[in-house]
Design a protein around this ligand. Structure first.
Ligand code: NAP
Length: 317
């Protein structure tokens, strides 16, 4: 039986499915793998099921010239923690889990949009602190979403699911900036220029993949282009945003607020962000629902099964 390493405990259903086909070892820790663990995994397992935080960079592959491992079946759609070119050069296939995460992550984007625009976290903190003195007409006035414009940066699977929710659910107009034009089932204005989009919208949502190409795509110049009442939401990857520049924009009131599910140096969240009222901070829960995590894991197992049956895995990247 082929030896497979799961780099985190996964839902029972996923572990049981993997055990039906493979000799499975489950790494007990919930933290990211160390370099030596990754090197050991490439040397001693036929396949590894890694996830966010397991930094399989070029140097790790270089340490194992003849890896026993032939496939990294990533648990998650985002794979910017894996140097795919280096993996390929080492003869290792990489797969991911697209689709399974789309609706759940879009739902968390809407959670952040609503919480930031309607000042929900601020209000919740007030209640918990015993500081609420009762309803009055000018208390915690936020931004109503109906009739406003959402701007999506990266109109892929998740970007489109967010746009659909904003448009059909909240009557928002949709604008977007993406690498290639899209045919969409609702009206949407495409902007070739990111700064023009940033200046035109009331909510700017980031949904591009992480990686070198999108590193600090959202920087101080984008915050300067945004309207002072506009909100920024990031459900993509932390380093797509220049976090320091975001702190400055929020402190200076250059933008109205922000909602974040991901952070540049995750799990480290800057004290300056934590100190601000006009930002909502979630702990990377985009896909955190049992059935979604089960579907993601079963996709990873399917990718492994197809690969070892000599077929093309359904989700090669
Ligand atoms: P996707 O379908 O590949 O969509 C990404 C979109 O971004 C594509 O439309 C792509 O354009 C566009 N894009 C890429 N580079 C760009 C650039 N430089 N400028 C503008 N647009 C660019 O991926 P997805 O399934 O929607 O997932 C998106 C990302 O969300 C993932 O990579 C992952 O990092 C993140 N994510 C986060 C969570 C969470 O828990 N918070 C959960 C799931 C996913 P083209 O269509 O032209 O290629």
């Amino acid at each position: 039986m082929r030896k497979v390493l799961l780099t985190r405990p996964l839902p029972d259903k996923v572990q049981m499915a993997a055990e039906q086909h493979f000799d499975v070892t489950v790494r007990a820790q919930t933290t990211a793998m160390s370099r030596s663990e990754m090197i050991n995994a490439l040397q001693n397992y036929d396949a590894v099921l890694p996830t966010l935080g397991d930094m399989f960079d070029a140097d790790v592959f270089a340490q194992v010239p003849q890896p026993r491992c032939k496939i990294l079946a990533n648990f998650g759609v985002g794979y910017n923690h894996i140097d795919v070119d280096a993996a390929r050069a080492a003869g290792i296939t990489v797969t991911n889990t697209p689709g399974a995460v789309t609706d759940a992550t879009a739902d968390v984007a809407l959670t952040l949009i609503l919480m930031s625009a309607r000042r929900a976290a601020e209000g919740e903190r007030m209640v918990r602190a015993g500081a609420w003195e009762g309803w009055h007409p000018t208390q915690l006035l936020g931004m109503h979403l109906g009739g406003k414009t959402v701007g999506i940066v990266g109109m892929g699977r998740i970007g489109q699911a967010i746009a659909k929710r904003c448009h059909l659910g909240f009557g928002m107009q949709v604008a977007y900036h993406s690498r290639s034009p899209k045919v969409l089932p609702f009206e949407a204005t495409a902007y070739g220029d990111l700064h023009a989009l940033a200046g035109a919208v009331d909510v700017l949502v980031v949904a591009v993949p992480g990686g070198a190409e999108t590193h600090h795509l959202i920087d101080a110049t984008v915050f300067q282009a945004m309207q002072p009442h506009a909100h920024l939401v990031n459900i993509a990857r932390g380093n797509v945003i220049d976090e320091q520049a975001l702190v400055q924009a929020l402190e200076a009131g250059d933008i109205g607020g922000a909602g974040l599910d991901v952070y540049e140096f995750e799990p480290r969240v800057p004290a300056a962000l934590i100190a601000l009222e006009n930002v909502v901070l979630l702990p990377h829960i985009g896909t955190a629902a049992l059935d979604v995590r089960e579907e993601m894991g079963l996709m990873s197992v399917q990718n492994l099964c197809a690969f070892f049956d000599g077929e093309a895995p359904p989700n090669s990247v």
